[in-house]
Design a protein around this ligand. Structure first.
Ligand code: SIN
Ligand code: FE
Length: 316
């Protein structure tokens, strides 16, 4: 089935944006960009059948030629744009490592430039997070439950609390012949309505004081250490991620929509509100950005505000 023919409410094809050109003639770039942000905040996935940013055929071929043995130790290969660091790649061969670093740096720069045009309302306030290359066949991975990507979940990063900031991710399937297949289900508003309470939202919301971790945080700060703080929102979202993956009744019984992203396609969504499970596929690249609450065009629709309304108190 052609993805363009699918009428799922969760998938929104964008056909008037071209790589190296931007919005097609006649469109008002500002209102198109705002519309895109609104769609994302409604938990929709923006879909591009063709590459909407520059990515050379040489770079793509280089990426898919990487042997798995080189990356087996890690879930994926990551690139940290702010520090210009490549992680998760252990090649004996320095020339290959340098080339991979260069390809990931170029990919990250190009995709960020594209997103700053497509999603202009976000671009002055976002925090650029990591990019990654996913070289492994998803269907053959053997991971512990909480790390499995083939179970439906919403994202939360254990090492990067967002305090309500949104996790925006842009994926491109660089595989020349095979689609990347996701399952999705009802998005965050319904998920929260049906499952947040059972997952313990009220305990997270009412847990008073900083707790043991907070005492260590204050102590660390007193010593001048850079300590990350986790809001009740962050703690709940981390728990909710695990709760969903570990809930086999939910995994089995929830309504599922299968999405196939063909070779060469790109899709963008807030993965903290669009549940996803990757069922099949090999070779994708992805860039993550954190969008603060203050940059959202409809902040009242964010997971933070949804959970706060439900819990009846501030969570961040
Ligand atoms: C994820 O679960 O965040 C990864 C999705 C993918 O690699 O397609
Ligand atoms: Fe995920």
């Amino acid at each position: 089935m052609q993805i363009m023919e699918m009428t799922h409410k969760c998938l929104v094809p964008v056909t008037d944006f071209r790589a190296g050109h931007g919005w097609e003639n006649g469109e008002d770039p500002q209102s198109r960009a705002r519309w895109c942000c609104q769609q994302l905040e409604e938990s929709r996935i923006l879909y591009f059948e063709e590459l909407p940013f520059e990515f050379s055929e040489d770079d793509r071929k280089f990426l898919i030629s990487q042997r798995l043995g080189d990356s087996r130790l890690h879930k994926n290969i990551s690139y940290r744009p702010k520090q210009d660091l490549l992680r998760g790649f252990a090649s004996q061969d320095a020339a290959t490592a340098d080339r991979l670093h260069e390809v990931m740096r170029r990919y990250s720069q190009n995709v960020i430039r594209f997103l700053s045009q497509l999603l202009a309302p976000y671009s002055s306030d976002w925090a650029v997070d990591y990019a990654s290359f996913r070289p492994e066949a998803e269907q053959s991975r053997n991971l512990p439950v909480r790390k499995r990507n083939d179970l439906l979940h919403v994202d939360a990063f254990p090492s990067r609390p967002t305090h309500g900031g949104r996790i925006l991710r842009c994926f491109t399937n660089v595989n020349p012949t095979e689609g990347r297949v996701w399952n999705t289900t009802d998005a965050f508003p319904e998920l929260a309505r049906d499952h947040a309470e059972q997952a313990g939202l009220n305990q997270f919301a009412t847990r008073s004081g900083p707790g043991v971790a907070g005492v260590f945080q204050s102590f660390g700060r007193a010593l001048g250490l850079k300590i990350k703080t986790y809001s009740a929102y962050d703690r709940f979202m981390l728990h909710f991620h695990d709760y969903m993956k570990e809930n086999s009744a939910f995994q089995q019984d929830c309504p599922k929509i299968k999405l196939e992203f063909p070779p060469g396609s790109t899709w963008i969504c807030f993965t903290d509100s669009v549940p996803h499970a990757v069922l099949y596929g090999q070779h994708a690249v992805e860039q993550t950005l954190i969008i603060p609450m203050s940059a959202l065009v409809t902040p009242e629709k964010s997971p933070l505000r949804i959970l706060e309304r439900q819990a009846g108190r501030a969570l961040a």
